[in-house]
Design a protein around this ligand. Structure first.
Ligand code: ZN
Length: 399
């Protein structure tokens, strides 16, 4: 009896969402095929499809292929029913994308900066969001949400507890943005966002156990375990940039010593370059882009520097492999642009230092720069939240 009630409840709650999901994943599809695929009866499918059409979540298109008989009208997900804004807020850059409901980028904006205060970054963030908002075509639902990935620890309420490389502590950016724009806002750690972006739209689509390493000014790690984003009980997982890889090593801002990010991040690379006296021609501070240019010109000292960073990336990757037994390691964020010099030392260290039964089937990939993992991941999370009510609306009819 209890079981039966539970089953009825689950079925009712999910029907409309199941129909919508089936259309999203199989567009174009006929009503009959939806009924067949979902096991729902044709009448139920028909009435739910009518509701979805009225809500402009789906479209009808001309007759599809038929094996004899009348050709059916096909249904398509209306991916431009609304748009999302996904932001990757880095220590020294801000990247924003405007996407449709399937993660296709319509417009993007990137700016770079260095050493700005919170207020200054907030101002830049508003400017980027305003520009993306203006670029959005007219649609039934407009901008359905804003997602911001930040390099710091974010709790389950979207509060940024600590972003050491930005110097932020207890920042409630979610409320700030919700009050200013009046639309739902999601804040997430940028490594979690990047992991999710690669799983949904990028090179992680074929794998269920993925470690995404976001190596920028600091290092964050996003975990996809059994196909799902793993966040820990309070949302604090993935602080692996602060695992100790050197006992009695450099002192870290987090209070620990010998943290991984002090040896394998963009900041580590820049610090080492300065120590070696590799200077920028323009008298400004040396940047990753300067160093990549030097390495491309065959400058030995710089190439060795990248290889050293690659070695330390490998040391951390090795630890992570032994903890999680992943199928895929994705190196993302700024470090991905130095793949040419980082990949070999990482793979070499994996071969020599990882337990023999682990390394055979692990794939190491670098993100393609054009994928914008973290910004797209925030779009994906925002889209999911937007689609949730289709679940809930049916639920409420349930009483
Ligand atoms: Zn640390």
């Amino acid at each position: 009896m209890v079981n039966q009630t539970w089953n009825q409840y689950v079925v009712k709650k999910g029907n409309k969402n199941i129909v919508l999901e089936t259309i999203i994943n199989n567009s174009p599809i006929s009503r009959a095929d939806i009924a067949q695929q979902t096991g729902l009866n044709k009448g139920t499918v028909s009435s739910l499809v009518s509701e979805l059409l009225e809500e402009q979540m789906i479209n009808e298109v001309g007759p599809g292929k038929s094996s004899g008989g009348r050709r059916p009208v096909m249904l398509l997900f209306n991916q431009v029913a609304g748009y999302t804004i996904g932001i990757d807020l880095g220590v020294n850059y801000l990247l924003g994308v405007l996407t449709d409901l399937q993660g296709n980028i319509f417009y993007k904006k990137k700016i770079t900066y260095s050493e700005l205060t919170y207020e200054e970054i907030e101002m830049r963030l508003f400017e980027v969001i305003d520009e993306l908002k203006q670029a959005a075509p007219k649609s039934p639902y407009g901008i359905v949400g804003i997602g911001v990935g930040v390099p710091g620890t974010v709790n389950n309420n979207g509060e940024i507890l600590l972003a050491p490389n930005l110097g932020w502590k207890n920042i409630d950016l979610k409320t700030v943005l919700e009050e200013k724009y009046g639309i739902p806002v999601k804040i997430e750690n940028e490594a979690n966002a990047g992991a999710y972006g690669e799983k949904r739209f990028g090179i992680g689509q074929d794998f269920d156990d993925i470690i995404y390493i976001s190596a920028g000014i600091g290092i964050g790690v996003g975990l996809i375990l059994s196909g799902k984003l793993y966040k820990g009980s309070n949302g604090f997982s993935g602080e692996l940039g602060h695992m100790t890889i050197q006992a009695n090593g450099f002192k870290c801002r987090c209070g620990n010593e010998g943290c991984w990010e002090l040896y394998a991040s963009e900041q580590a690379l820049l610090n080492e370059a300065e120590k070696l006296g590799i200077a920028s021609e323009t008298n400004k501070r040396i940047t990753l882009e300067d160093l990549i240019e030097r390495a491309e010109n065959g400058e030995k000292e710089t190439i060795q520097l990248f290889e050293k960073i690659g070695y330390y990336l490998g040391v951390g990757v090795n630890n992570i492999i032994n903890i999680f037994n992943p199928k895929q390691i994705i190196i993302g964020n700024r470090a991905a642009s130095a793949e040419r010099w980082l990949k070999k030392p990482i793979e070499k260290l994996m071969k020599t230092n990882t337990l023999w039964y682990q390394h055979d089937d692990i794939q190491v990939n670098f993100t393609e720069q054009a994928t914008h993992s973290a910004a797209l991941g925030m779009s994906a999370l925002t889209i999911e939240e937007f689609l949730e009510p289709w679940d809930g609306m049916v639920l409420s009819q349930d009483g």
